[in-house]
Design a protein around this ligand. Sequence first.
Ligand SMILES: [Zn+2]
Ligand SMILES: [Zn+2]
Length: 368
Amino acid sequence: MSIDYYKLLGVEKSATKVEIKKAYKKLAMKFHPDRAPEDKKVAYEEKFKEINEAASILGDEKKRQQYDQFGDSAFQGGGQQAYDFSDVMSQFRGGNFGDFGDVFDQLFGGSGRRRGTRQRQGSDLAYELTITLEDVAKGKKETLRFNKVEHCESCNGKGATKFNSCDHCHSSGYIKQTQRTPFGIFQQNAPCPYCHGKGELPQDSCKKCGGDGLIRKDKELEVTIPEGIEDGMRLRVSGEGEVGQNGGPSGDLFVVIHVAPHKFFKREEGDLHITLPISFSQAVLGDEVEVPTIDGKAMLKVSAGTASETILRMKDQGLPHVRYGGKGDQMVKVRIEVPKKLSKKQKDLIKQLKEEKPQKGFLKKIFG
Ligand SMILES: [Zn+2]
Ligand SMILES: [Zn+2]
């Protein structure tokens, strides 16, 4: 049976990590077994498990990618290790619904320490861009339009507009912690658990962002697609991913390039392949023919006596090499077209040709 984890969490397929976290938090609070009415304990537990499973997969970039590609079958049958829910359950015990930090870190692949002012890098984003082979030949400037999570300007990313100083740590953000170790007693500064090292406590919740300090915004960004780029290559735009937390650096934006198939050309690295129909008489007598190239048109000399399926090379008429510089070639495979409809005059001419004695050499080749 296949479970739609996005649906389960009530988020879009394009949802960001922050949005997934938000949705998870809401549902985990609602369906926590400790909060279940007496007659619904089992149902709540089931649901809670599903929510955690969904979050553990969608919250992890690698797992999410696998899930998007293969569905939840990617995580069944022992291939992937399932998430241990007893851990999550115990984290929530004791009515500590306020601090989801550790649970999130476990589910969302953090380091396990969210308390304090530890800086966190924002998530990377992927932008899928389809370009044409003509774009590959010339390179391109492209304006990407997307939305991403950024700091809320209303509260400067702090989640609140009014703050009280934290009494627990006297606004320093740190408390002295005594640690007994085999080597003696140590005192060290630890981030204040009340204000999470900030030295102040929010008095309100920002109306614009709901207290997260983060908000989704539309973005426009111009990127330069280098000529010769290949299908599946990724361009990294540094710092254009989602915003970091606690002053951490932003993630990166990856532009994933897809090159659309071309009507005429097949690409083989820098070389372009094309099949060109020519007439029987052109093949026999030779001709100068017009050939489409990726830059327009060019003339190609077909020598007299060219056989069908002969490949002619047009030097430097291919695509630029993105890595080594220089250009590939265009390879033209000529194919002699056999006409299906002929005029009376054409038929007579062909008949005359048929009655002509074949060349001696030709007969010799066949009959020895
Ligand atoms: Zn705000
Ligand atoms: Zn404090």
